[in-house]
Design a protein around this ligand. Structure first.
Ligand SMILES: [Ca+2]
Ligand SMILES: [Ca+2]
Ligand SMILES: [Ca+2]
Ligand SMILES: [Ca+2]
Length: 379
């Protein structure tokens, strides 16, 4: 990827971030940060304003994770929490936390053990304007959006998991996600999505473990983050690549017009949204199959090597294999779109390369290359 493109991406992301007043918060719990918790007992947080609370004073040391433990042998109840207090935030966000060695176990028939991950939009209105995910015994995995709960009994709770709370500010939409194994290659899956118009006050966010009546809840908290949600980062991984385009393609073809993917805000999902992604967000042209910031012969060579041009397999093509209008096929309409877009051999989109216009000759050459390689060549 050229430096010009990288610079543009940085400027664009800065421009988008500056719309809100929020600074991303990332906490590793590695113990090497400059801050104490609010009571001045735990040293080494990456961020100020962590508040540790507990019914059973224990010594906690940051050395990679924050160990939360609540164990109750009678009916008095125990809890521990680690909360980021007084967080000022505006705009869309994704809040994520990784949890290692998550265990909730109630031994008594009326016992309860819970680990909860939450975001309160107004720190003074406990329970209202809150989104959270709870893991409990009994009960399993429960999501809460402004006090309306859903039990996800179909899901197994893993030992090493991630919770994600996503908020689309302009859409007033909450999406809750869960990854039952952070060490495998699968992404978090969507648990639930709801509309919600919360108060936009000072936030209280964090994790809570509680146990009641012969019960025990433990979790090691790792890699907490609260970050601005960037338009076009459709899988929330803070990268812009073909995985985002594949999600856009899937959504366009689904016909559901999901507003989360409606990048030009016209309530319809179509190739115009792909145009916003490739032109304005990624900063390149239709035809840039390898997403290196320009459309040139290497993109054409690459897509013809995949040999999906007008093949007989339905819906098998992706941006990388030549489906630039995101209808699932690589056909002549993709070539027409790419050459009409005018980026062929022009270098990076905002580069200073002298334009080499996409003449009919180039189109003919390109399609010539294409047809020459059209016979099945995939081994
Ligand atoms: Ca992404
Ligand atoms: Ca649209
Ligand atoms: Ca390219
Ligand atoms: Ca296509």
């Amino acid at each position: 990827m050229g430096t010009t493109f990288t610079l543009k991406a940085v400027l664009l992301s800065l421009a988008i971030v500056s719309v809100g007043s929020a600074m991303d918060i990332i906490e590793t719990f590695d113990g090497t940060g400059p801050f104490f918790d609010l009571d001045g007992k735990i040293e080494g947080f990456d961020n100020r304003n962590w508040q540790f609370s507990t019914t059973e004073p224990t010594s906690q040391k940051l050395d990679g994770t924050f160990p939360l433990e609540a164990a109750d042998t009678d009916a008095s109840g125990e809890y521990e929490s680690i909360m980021l207090e007084g967080t000022k935030w505006n705009g869309s966000f994704i809040q994520r936390v990784e949890v290692h060695d998550l265990h909730v176990k109630a031994d008594h028939f009326n016992g309860a053990a819970t680990v909860s991950f939450s975001h309160l939009f107004d720190e003074d209105r406990v329970g209202r304007d809150a989104i959270s995910i709870d893991v409990s015994d009994p009960g399993g995995l429960t999501t809460w959006i402004d006090r309306a709960s859903v039990v996800h009994s179909e899901l197994s709770i893993g030992d090493n998991v991630a919770f994600e709370l996503v908020f689309y500010d302009q859409l007033s939409l909450v999406e809750l996600r869960y990854d039952d194994d952070i060490f495998d290659s699968t992404s978090p899956s969507e648990l639930r999505i709801e509309e919600m118009s919360p108060a936009r006050e000072v936030r209280r966010i964090g994790l809570f473990a509680s146990a009641f009546n012969s019960a025990r809840a433990t979790a090691r908290i790792d890699n907490f983050s609260l970050r601005s949600l960037k338009p076009g980062d459709l899988n929330y991984d803070f990268a812009f690549d073909n995985r985002d385009v594949e999600i856009l393609s899937r959504e366009i073809r689904s016909g559901e017009n999901d507003r989360r993917y409606d990048l030009n805000d016209d309530r319809i999902l179509d190739v115009e949204d792909a145009k916003v992604w490739i032109h304005d967000i990624f900063g390149s042209y239709f035809g840039d199959s390898n997403l290196d910031g320009e459309f040139n012969s290497s993109d054409l060579v690459s897509v013809f090597e995949y040999a999906e041009y007008e093949d007989s397999v339905l819906g098998n093509s992706t941006w990388v294999t030549g489906d630039w209008n995101l209808d699932g096929e690589f056909g002549s309409s993709d070539l027409v779109l790419a050459f009409q877009d005018g980026g062929y051999e022009r270098g990076p989109r905002d580069g200073t390369t002298v334009p080499e216009p996409a003449t009919p000759l180039i189109v003919l050459l390109a399609t010539g290359v294409l047809f020459a390689r059209r016979s099945p060549c995939r081994s």
